[in-house]
Ligand binder design. Structure first.
Ligand code: PAF
Length: 287
């Protein structure tokens, strides 16, 4: 198994990438906050298939957490993450400290509309996407990568990052990778570890409800009616629902009917203190 080069400074990352460029290698970047699971490994593997060299980043980005969200509770598991990256044949791990990313006097943020203001995650986490877009823009320019891989699990994030890269003419292709699920359908997430055994048993219900709505609507069921029934089903299963919505898959604008445009069902709900999100296509034969 090849060793992963670990770097914690932008200057060293740039030196490494420059050397790869001299060898005519293309670069894929996989931005993460660590606590890596099979979903992240799938991103690294997809980057491996598409690019000559793969840079994974681990940075628990303070600016995407609201003061009410527990940044200090976010799992930090770098040694185990490194093993996973080695197994996935990642070339470089960029794991900077907070001062390397946000030095004294840092004041710039990316300002967003469009998919970032779709009334989904942004309704519950109003400052989140400005923090995500700012760190992702920085990671893109720090790594100088040709492609960047993001999981479809955070579907609104994927749409926001895609739009940002396009709007700011960042020379990078943003690629979405289908959600990796546990055997019972629960979308893999670093936050699943916070579920109690009872909550873990209930958690896959969210995906089953999405699947049921998607199948029913695709075979002619009424979208609004199925969403209304789905919202009740989520609450009855023991979740506190934040939203369950159908949106256009490309820009997250409201979707009146599945025939209008490719659609996506998106849900966020809380089980105890853990907030779960998931999404599924309304179009046949995609994740
Ligand atoms: O999805 C995540 O893990 C984070 O939001 C990201 C994209 C790494 C930015 O901090």
């Amino acid at each position: 198994m090849a060793e992963v080069i670990i770097t914690r400074t932008v200057a060293e990352l740039r030196r490494i990438v420059k050397a790869y460029r001299k060898e005519d290698e293309t670069i894929g970047v996989v931005p993460t906050m660590g606590a890596l699971h099979d979903g992240h490994v799938a991103l690294v593997q997809e980057a491996r298939r598409r690019a000559g060299r793969v840079v994974a980043t681990i940075f628990v980005n303070p600016s995407q957490f609201a003061p009410t969200e527990d940044l200090s509770k976010y799992p930090r598991t770098e040694a185990a993450d490194l093993t996973r990256l080695r197994e996935a044949e990642c070339d470089v791990l960029f794991a900077p400290g907070v001062n390397e990313v946000y030095p004294e006097g840092f004041t710039t943020t990316v300002s967003l509309e469009g998919p970032a203001a779709a009334g989904l995650e942004d309704r519950f986490r109003p400052t989140h996407f400005a923090g995500v877009a700012t760190i992702v823009a920085k990671l893109f320019t720090m790594s100088g990568a040709d492609i960047a891989l993001f999981g479809e699990k955070d579907y609104q994030q994927l749409c926001v990052v895609r739009r940002m890269a396009r709007d700011l003419d960042l020379p990078i292709e943003v690629i979405g990778v289908p959600t990796i699920r546990e055997a019972d359908g629960l979308a893999m997430s670093s936050r699943n570890r916070f579920l109690s055994p009872k909550e873990r048993g209930l958690a896959p219900t969210l995906h089953r409800i999405l699947q049921h709505i998607s199948e029913t609507v695709r075979s002619g069921g009424d979208l609004e009616g199925e969403l209304a029934k789905g919202r009740i089903a989520v609450e009855e299963a023991g979740f506190r629902l934040d939203y369950l919505e159908a949106r256009k898959a490309d820009d997250l604008a409201p979707l009146a009917s599945p025939n209008e445009a490719p659609g996506r069902l998106l849900v966020a709900a809380r089980l105890g203190t853990t907030r779960l999100i998931d999404n599924i296509s309304l179009t046949p034969s995609s994740n």
